[in-house]
Design a protein around this ligand. Structure first.
Ligand SMILES: Cc1cc2nc3c(=O)[nH]c(=O)nc-3n(C[C@H](O)[C@H](O)[C@H](O)COP(=O)(O)O)c2cc1C
Length: 208
């Protein structure tokens, strides 16, 4: 795990109001990417809360095969082993995505497509960044994709417009007030849905 996205995680309990397990998925994988700054900042904020534990799944550090197959061989299984159990364990997801040509990275789509039950009946929030758009067009492309795998996307997002100029070299924000507020709103929604859906999945296993 990259230093600036490393976050300590507490072992969650399992009652209705117990902390949720949040998987923060970093979707940008290219050399020289800006994504770890954004994901690191967000994960550190999330980890301050007592109602969640945080696991950062960096798709650059856990690369998945690009050829989807229904019969994964040993290599595919080894790669999936670094990601799938962590998605399985999550009660909620925060997807950190840049915007590339008005959409989201191919590596992120690949990670979504390799999985199915791991997303089902779980909430997804978005942290986006990019140029003037703040990655919002990438988010709107992700919503129908997550609907297809039976996930629930929350309304509010955290978005960074012209993100390169917003962060200090140490990864902190020059002006954190707005993003702090947006993060609180989005995480409150994720926690509400995560608890409700965790209870519902326990009472009535989804899709059966
Ligand atoms: C191939 C490519 C396409 C891009 N297209 C857009 C775009 O459509 N809209 C936008 O606001 N920014 C766009 N950008 C800017 C990126 O969102 C911005 O550089 C971001 O920091 C990239 O994230 P990363 O460094 O983590 O990969 C693009 C960047 C690249 C490399």
């Amino acid at each position: 795990m990259a230093t600036d996205t490393a976050v300590s995680t507490a072992e969650p309990r399992t009652g209705t109001d117990s902390p949720i397990r949040l998987a923060v998925i970093l979707g940008s994988t290219r050399d020289g990417r800006f994504g770890p700054k954004v994901a690191g900042w967000f994960a550190r904020r999330a980890a301050l809360r007592s109602d969640m534990s945080v696991d950062v799944v960096d798709l650059a550090e856990t690369p998945l095969p690009t050829a989807l197959t229904h019969r994964p061989g040993p290599e595919e299984r080894a790669a999936l082993e670094a990601v799938t159990p962590r998605l399985d364990a999550a009660d909620a997801f925060a997807v950190v995505t840049p915007e590339y040509n008005h959409s989201y990275p191919a590596a992120l789509k690949n990670a979504i497509d390799w999985h199915y039950t791991q997303w089902q009946a779980k909430p997804v929030g978005f942290v986006s960044y990019g140029g003037i758009s703040g990655g919002l067009r990438a988010v709107e492309h992700l919503r129908p994709v997550f609907a297809e795998v039976h996930a629930v996307t929350v309304r509010d997002t955290v978005s960074f417009h012209n993100a390169g100029g917003l962060f200090e070299p140490d990864g902190e924000l020059k002006d954190p007030e707005g993003p702090d507020t947006a993060t609180g709103v989005m995480l409150d929604q994720l926690v509400w849905w995560a608890r409700a859906l965790r209870t519902a999945r326990t009472t009535h296993p989804y899709g059966t």
